[in-house]
Design a binder for this molecule. Structure first.
Ligand code: ADE
Length: 286
């Protein structure tokens, strides 16, 4: 039943269980245009179990998308199809497969991605995130930051129990919804570990180096739940620096050699060594 990656060329495998009639979907406004796709806000009528109009996010590919980009979208959808709704994972509503470009319809998270959310909390003039010697000024409390970290770990715990490896966990791939609840998204690189192709690294050109575990960088794509935990550590860095850049000042091309030599990010100057009054052991990310 899984969408096979090679199938797109032949025909899009429609799935009646998830198909949303095109006429019940209004795509309204582009809210994000990345290198790999386009996200729009839209309204969907009478989704299963949701009578009336629901605000949704609609993911698609650019007009000039490569086959690989289409496959990433299909891969994302096939992963989400096998998940029950979870409060800390973005929910799939369905898809439209009757047009040339497939549309994937997911839950809308009104506050956008966590990285932007953290950085906006500093106000426009604070550009600390590229200079860790400047103390961040944020309107968020440390309790709120801790809640973000907990929610993401809860979502990742769920994914790992469902044998899903995300492979691209980063604050930019976490969305913030109603009541500031974090939801993991962007499963374009995720793989179900039961699928045979997970051991093949197919994303050579777009590895998120600063978020990728050493063993996944050096091995031939040895991604595991444990390598997702490494990425979670980098997300913790992003959260507790309120949107800081990991490995500040380090060129991406230098990261593999540094990691190989045992280099790890140190505790940022303005991240406390205590958590609720208790000393925390900081052993470096990873
Ligand atoms: N940007 C990317 N995906 C989104 C979503 N599901 N909701 C809101 N903004 C988004």
């Amino acid at each position: 039943e899984l969408v096979r990656h090679g199938a797109y060329n032949l025909s899009f495998p429609g799935d009646p269980e998830w198909e949303i009639p095109r006429a019940r979907l209004n795509v309204e406004k582009i809210i994000g245009r990345g290198a790999f796709g386009v996200v729009s806000r839209g309204l969907a009528l009478d989704l299963p179990g949701k009578p009336g109009w629901t605000v949704v996010a609609v993911k698609s590919v650019q007009d000039d998308a490569s086959e690989k980009e289409k496959l990433d979208l299909l891969s994302e959808m096939s992963v989400l199809k096998h998940l029950d709704p979870h409060p800390h994972v973005i929910r799939l509503y369905g898809c439209v497969t009757t047009e040339a470009r497939p549309l994937v319809v997911v839950e809308y998270a009104q506050y956008g991605d966590l990285l932007g959310y953290l950085r906006k909390s500093r106000g426009v003039r604070d550009n600390y995130y590229s200079d860790p010697s400047v103390e961040p000024r944020t309107s968020l409390t440390s309790k709120q930051l801790l809640r973000f970290a907990w929610q993401i770990s809860d979502g990742m715990d769920y994914l790992s129990k469902r044998k899903i490896i995300h492979r691209d966990l980063a604050a930019r791939n976490v969305l913030v919804g109603d009541e500031d609840v974090c939801k993991i998204t962007d499963f374009g690189m995720a793989r179900d570990v039961w699928e045979e192709d997970i051991y093949v690294r197919t994303h050579e050109g777009r590895l998120p180096i600063k978020w990728t575990a050493a063993e996944a960088l050096f091995g031939d794509g040895a991604y595991t739940t444990q390598s997702d935990v490494w990425s979670f550590g980098v997300v913790m860095y992003e959260i507790f620096t309120v949107g800081g850049d990991p490995f500040p000042g380090v060129y991406m091309r230098d990261i593999p050699a540094l990691l190989r030599n045992g280099f790890r990010m140190s505790r940022p100057k303005f991240v406390s060594a205590t958590l609720r009054g208790k000393k925390v052991l900081v052993i470096g990310v990873g």
